[in-house]
Design a protein around this ligand. Structure first.
Ligand SMILES: Cc1cc2nc3c(=O)[nH]c(=O)nc-3n(C[C@H](O)[C@H](O)[C@H](O)COP(=O)(O)OP(=O)(O)OC[C@H]3O[C@@H](n4cnc5c(N)ncnc54)[C@H](O)[C@@H]3O)c2cc1C
Ligand code: SF4
Length: 512
């Protein structure tokens, strides 16, 4: 059959209603999908992440075939697979000789460049269409960002709510406030989370089991393990996961959004990021389901606003930052951080109880909730002074929801302050006392969060004071850091020196 358009579908574009399919004519257009090893090796992807993408792609191809749309699909284990998206696209062009290429805008700058250059080599038009999975376009964000030195979520989020009529009461915000953060973010009481609802997980079917075997043999030395794999890999499963969250966890989402608890990886989080990022769910339907739950009286406004802020707010905002700042964003290192990533980030073998729990759970499930990523793993790397590019490679490797457009601004901008404040108004720094306040880790730890020096000193606390001293001049100019910097004045010269020495010892132990 002659091919008019080859419609490119990437592993994070698993939506049968995507713009790439507008005007599709199955009598003359082909869909193209390829499993390319490079997508799992350009950073050493965790087994969970590889399995999720491959299983999601294979299930999507099955749904495409059920619609009787022609599809050209290369599997990872085919003998002549070149291992790269560009190589596979070249081969497909040679086979099918399309007159043009069509796709929905990809989520990754590197992939966009690779596909563009293949199209140019073959003098084929590449029609890149807006991704209507999102509420906003990158053009809208670029207009918003024009002339602003700093970008702040709040100024982006409120107009989006107004424009799309989300959680509005007439012209004002529902509940009389735009932001309910002050009512959210509690820690659990001494007894911890009582009656936590277990989230819906999905037993691997035959397609997923085949993928798990493939990943275990082909990527045996990649981080993590697969015995707990239970992520949604089809649209039907993703919808069930959404229903499960709305029914059982949304009402307490806001209250415990920032809480930590040992051995409890899921708490009241939605676990929807991978389904959203693979486009098994649209941002609109997730936000709509949460708003409906509030209107039906099932969940309070604080929880629903807090949740919607993450998706309509943060998620759209980081996408805008990524696409307006790339490719130079990738290289930014405003704090001139040079230490390497500690080796134990790949194994979880550390005696710091909070970090061990976050890392072990990450390697087991490919998941950690936001405050673990920001204030446990991310905080440690920031305080230690690890190169933001190494932190970025780690976060992009390990999480099932990791796609560069969302991972990079969160890591380099929000967590590591590598963009010097473009995205976050201050570095997110804290001592071990913050972790103590938000959870129960410190009780079971050999360190003491109140100590900055000595054998029981909590490494977070030592490194927190050392960070403040290292960056004192820069931080003193930031009005939001005033109190933290002023506290430095309470340290005697001897104490400062002792902290510096202990911080140097820690850095030497981590290989810096
Ligand atoms: C260092 C670092 C790296 C991160 N890397 C990723 C990543 O690779 N992919 C990713 O999707 N998120 C990333 N995040 C954001 C956030 O941590 C995850 O989206 C969230 O933990 C996913 O779990 P959940 O679905 O249970 O989220 P919930 O807590 O239930 O939140 C609901 C949804 O809101 C969205 N969301 C929440 N926070 C953010 C945020 N800061 N930016 C963008 N969307 C957000 C997600 O789609 C999430 O599913 C990162 C955060 C940090 C600090
Ligand atoms: S004492 Fe420090 S290292 Fe130990 S759990 Fe508390 S914050 Fe983490």
């Amino acid at each position: 059959m002659p091919c008019r358009h080859l419609v490119i579908v990437l592993g994070d574009q698993l939506d049968l209603d995507a713009s790439a399919f507008d005007g599709l004519d199955p009598a003359q257009d082909w869909l193209w999908m390829a499993e390319a090893a490079e997508e799992s090796t350009h950073v050493p992807s965790s087994k969970q992440r590889i399995a999720l993408f491959l299983s999601g792609m294979r299930h999507f191809a099955q749904a495409v075939r059920a619609r009787q749309w022609p599809i050209d699909y290369t599997r990872l284990d085919e003998a002549d697979n070149t291992g790269t998206l560009a190589g596979e696209l070249r081969r497909a062009i040679a086979r099918l000789k399309p007159a043009g290429l069509v796709m929905t805008a990809p989520g990754d700058w590197r992939v966009l460049q690779a596909l563009r250059s293949v199209a140019a080599e073959h003098q084929l038009a590449l029609d890149i269409r807006d991704d209507r999975h999102f509420f906003s376009t990158v053009r809208e964000f670029a207009d918003h960002a024009k002339g602003r030195k700093q970008l702040r979520l709040e100024y982006w989020y409120r107009p989006l709510r107004q424009k799309h009529g989300i959680l509005m009461a007439g012209d004002g915000p529902a509940g009389g406030q735009w932001n309910f953060d002050a009512d959210n973010r509690e820690a659990f009481g001494k007894e911890g989370p009582v009656g936590l609802p277990a989230p819906r997980r999905f037993a691997p079917d035959a397609i997923t089991r085949e993928v798990l075997d493939l990943v275990n043999s082909r990527f045996a030395d990649h981080p993590g393990r697969l015995d707990s794999f239970g992520w949604p890999v089809t649209r039907e499963q993703a919808l069930q996961a959404l229903d499960d969250f709305i029914a059982h966890r949304l009402p307490l989402f806001g209250r415990y959004e920032d809480a930590l608890w040992a051995g409890e990886p899921w708490l009241y989080h939605s676990l929807l990021s991978s389904a959203l990022n693979l486009k098994l769910l649209t941002a609109r339907e997730v936000v709509g389901a949460a708003e409906d739950a509030w209107r039906a009286g099932h969940a309070p406004i604080e929880a629903v606003e807090g949740f919607i802020r993450q998706i309509l707010g943060w998620r759209e905002y980081v996408r805008g930052i990524y696409w307006t700042q790339m490719p130079t964003y990738l290289e930014r290192n405003a704090l001139d951080a040079r230490a390497p990533l500690p080796e134990f980030f790949w194994t979880g073998e550390t005696d710091m109880a909070c970090l061990r729990d976050a890392l072990t759970q990450t390697l087991t499930h490919g998941y950690a909730h936001h405050i673990q990523r920001l204030m446990v793993t991310g905080l440690y790397l920031l305080l230690l002074g690890v190169r933001p590019q190494e932190a970025h490679a780690w976060y992009l490797s390990v999480y099932v929801d990791a796609v560069e457009w969302v991972e990079l601004p969160n890591t380099l901008g929000m967590s590591q302050y590598g963009d010097g404040g473009l995205m976050a108004s201050k570095p997110y720094i804290a001592s071990g006392k913050y972790i103590q306040r938000m959870g129960n880790f410190c009780k079971g730890c050999r360190y003491d969060p109140g100590e900055a020096t000595g054998p029981k000193a909590c490494p977070y606390t030592t490194l927190y004071w050392d960070f403040l001293m290292r960056h004192e001049t820069m931080l003193a100019g930031n009005p939001r850091m005033g109190m933290q910097v002023r506290n430095l004045a309470r340290l005697t010269t001897d104490k400062r020196e002792a902290i510096r020495t202990q911080a140097r010892q820690l850095a030497a132990k981590e290989g810096s």
